[in-house]
Design a protein around this ligand. Sequence first.
Ligand code: GLC
Length: 753
Amino acid sequence: MRKLICALLVLPVLTVITVKAQQPDYDRKVDSLLSVMTLEEKIGQMNQYNGFWDVTGPVPTEKSTKEKYDNIISGKVGSVLNVLGTKEVRKLQELVVTKSRLGIPLVFGFDVIHGYRTLTPIPLGEAASWDLDAIEKSARIAALEASAAGQNWTFAPMVDVSRDARWGRVMEGAGEDPYLGSLIAKARVRGFQGEDLSSSGTIMACAKHYAGYGFAESGKDYNTVDVGTSTIFNVILPPFRAAEEAGVKTFMNSFNELNGVPATGNNFLLRTILKGEWDFDGFVVSDWGSISEMKAHGFVKDNREAAEKAVKAGCDMDMESYAYITYLKDLVESGQVDVKLIDDAVKRILHAKFELGLFDDPYKYCNAEREKKIIGQESNRKAALDMSRKSMVLLKNDELLLPLNKEGVKIALIGPLADDKDSPLGNWGGAVVRNSAISVLEGMERYTGNQLRFSKGIQLVSNEPAFAAGISINATDTSMMSEAVSLAREADIVVMVLGEHGMQSGEGRSRAFLGLPGLQQQLMEAVYAVNPNIVLVLMNGRPLAIRWAAENIPSILEAWQPGSMGGQAIAEILYGDYNPSGKLPMSFPRSVGQVPLYYNHKSTGRPGPKKDVYWSHYIDQSNDPLFPFGFGLSYTDFKYTNLQVKATSTPEVFVSVVIQNTGEMSGEEVVQLYIRDEVASVTRPVKELKGFKKVMLKAGESRKISFILTKNELGFYNNEGEFIFEPGDFEIWVGPSSADGLHTSLFVDRLDD
Ligand code: GLC
């Protein structure tokens, strides 16, 4: 009967629409459905629960889960998260569709951050590929697997710009630059959502965490964010705007306060900018419990006031605060909240469910046969391998130890992460099978057979880390070190795999130090003392202050947490079957004291350097990064010549350069274009990335690379939030990183919109 009501309500609208217009007009369907919903049913759509029992198990009897269950079957829940697999999803969907009065289907969300079952590198690693097509494809594979497992919605891409490697969540983003971050945001949204959300291979994306989360003071997660208007408009917001322009269906507000107002209750962010200026037509979900956390922020006195402020600010769905389901009805009936706000939120949520096709078929994402076929299929693993290769950054290769000869070389593989099959999966592993990654040991054994001598050297951790638990680092047990040193002594070359355990970065995992954790530095120096021919492979979730290694170790490959196929990709690069092409999306510091550290900093009034001390610098360390943004080497060499710039009559600025592969091997180079607006009414950074092209060149091949600069690239937001262009002198660089390249300048007097 219930289902019939729903069908009958929608049917007339559907008939009318089918006759009048080919494209479904969801607005009319939504309005028609909304008109028959009770206030409680409307509020139910704004309520999201975490998966709370084994859905296929017996009905829960414990009070809190019984209450959640009862709300589900009475249509007071609009979405659930962390319910995985077609069997569980179907079971839960059936409960809602058959037992609730209107049978409005649930929307199922999950953190598909860099893969569902087949994991690609962590997003910071993917960003290091600077390959937008590969990044889009990676998101598409993730969507394919997630939707096959019953998911309709991922809480990704995380588009928070961050300049602070102490913050554990830098692994989840695209690094320090808003231009690169904006292009990656668009690529990920396209990958997840495709062209048609009702297709069974696509899922809703979610631009998060809106906004400013990456600027948490001292890099401490959830900490206060207090930044200036120019940083908000020119650095923090652009990637969110880009995601919105790409059609992202949802936003997630962040945990942090922004300049004194928590993002969850922030009218400026949610109403003025997102739903106002940007005219966003999707819906906003809170972060986990962030509505109720406004009490801890000191912004509201209780959860009732939290519900009021959040819904008025424009937060449409409550993830796990129980604020909306508990207080909104009373707030509306007492006149404190206008029911129009509820209707607006519910329309946005219902519209998304129609677009997903859930009203046409609530079980469309519950095909067990499809799930079995698609999840973990070989083509997904191949795509993950390709992404993994492209993500890695060659930081040093002074004595050309790399690539390794495939024969006639005695290699010792040493390090606590060398045989680790879990850390390559990182902290946000979705529905991955833990300990399922190809390890470096396994990857290298494909080349060396059983000739490879291996020793962990030390245990990195002294407890079995878990997703929500802390981690304890081994700082005392050196019992395996002598075995590693003996192996190193007998080898021609030592490959060391060091870095961070997969559970040392991610949410809630900020670090106050950025060196190699535990006894790894001691191990590396002990090995170096007997054999300096070391290739260091870094496996980590953030930039590390590896100054000793940078000064002493001949070859360094940054592999990030490279995903399910990581060990194979690393081995292919070490043995030269793939020429590394990655570039850093985030600066590497010399020490944690430099952080926040970023290339696109302001000049200050005393940029220096000066003979006296009166300029902006440290007396005990250089200002320069250890490895700069945009940096990455290749096994071949590239030469840049013939930089040309001219302001055209269009008017635009035309830039071209010739790049040549002067080495013996084909290779890819990311040609990067930076500008500086020398004088402006709001000071501009000393450098800003405004273009890049990744090109493959054969040995000896030359190519002319061109860029067009328009107002979009040369303009900026002033402190009134207006995007403007001011005529003046601009410097232009084109080169291999933010710290190198051909340089010129020109005067630009006007650019059209
Ligand atoms: C977490 C994270 C957010 C995630 C959500 C659901 O606390 O902050 O990124 O999507 O909760 O798991």
